[in-house]
Each structure stands twice: as C-alpha cells, then as structure tokens.
Design a protein around this ligand. Structure first.
Ligand code: RB5
Length: 148
C-alpha cells in the first residue's frame, strides 16, 4: 500500500463509481482511513471545485493519495494538475495504473465513470495502490516539473 490515507472526490458524472470504490476499499483495505470529499448525488457540480477540495486535503494530510472520478477522468486530471506537488494521472487500464505509479509517482488517480466499469476500476485501483515508485532516473525527471 503506497499510502496510509485515501481522499476521494467526484462530480455528478462520477459519484456512483466513487461510491462503489469507497464500499470496495472499505472491504479490501479496512484499516485504511478514507475521506469522502463529495459529491453525493446526480445534482450538477463543477469538477474543478471538487478537485480543489481533494488537493487541499491532500496537502494537509500526511501520507495521503487521492482518487478523483468524473465522466471521463480528464477534467479532474486537468484541474488537479494545476496544484503544486500534485501528479494526477488519468488511467483506463492496469498497465497505465502500474506505469503512472512506477515511473511518474502519481499521487492522484483519475477515473472516468463513463469509460470504466466498476470491476475494471477495482483492478486499476488495486494495482495503483500497491505499485511503488521506481525512483532513480524517474525521480530526477519529476523534479524537472516546474510545479514540484
Ligand atoms: C460532466 O458532464 C462532465 O463533463 C465531467 O464529469 C467530466 O467528464 C469532465 O471532464
């Protein structure tokens, strides 16, 4: 497990998958605390607002990672990557999940409810949460990001 705390957020396009993942995480990793930053219904909300709440919470929480869900994962990743020290990756398959951790040390996973089934999302989240960062040459590259 790459973190001791997980912060989740979704807009109206992703709240059902977020709810599924929270239930699944509570079963799969019962000792890992979760923070649910909303939203909780199909009422429209703006994904940058949710991304901001999650990124602010991550900054204030030791050893935490984030999971953001919208319709595609794309808007959430664009919004989250504006924040210093946030490395958000849109992931649609297990290999991307692995590489986003091993090579990019992603600390926010972005999923699209319209693109990814709950079962596939479980596999992605499991791979993502259990893949360590390879460091070394990849660390040097991450330090070249202007926002690090
Ligand atoms: C909301 O309709 C949708 O645009 C949003 O969930 C997300 O997919 C944006 O990238």
């Amino acid at each position: 497990m790459i973190a001791t705390h997980i912060v989740l957020g979704a807009d109206h396009g992703g709240f059902l998958l977020k709810k599924h993942l929270i239930d699944w995480l509570n079963t799969q990793y019962p000792t890992v605390p979760l923070t649910d930053a909303g939203t909780h219904s199909a009422d429209r909300v703006d994904y940058p607002t949710i991304a901001a709440t999650v990124c602010d919470t991550l900054k204030a929480t030791t050893d935490a990672v984030g999971i953001l869900v919208c319709g595609s994962g794309i808007g959430m990743s664009m919004a989250a990557n504006r924040y210093r020290s946030i490395r958000a990756a849109v992931v649609t398959d297990a290999l991307s999940a692995h590489l986003s951790r091993a090579h990019n040390n992603a600390n926010v996973l972005c999923l699209g409810e319209r693109l990814t089934t709950p079962l596939v999302a479980e596999g992605i989240v499991n791979t993502w949460l259990t893949t360590p960062f390879d460091g070394d040459r990849h660390q040097k590259r991450i330090q070249l990001f202007s926002s690090e």
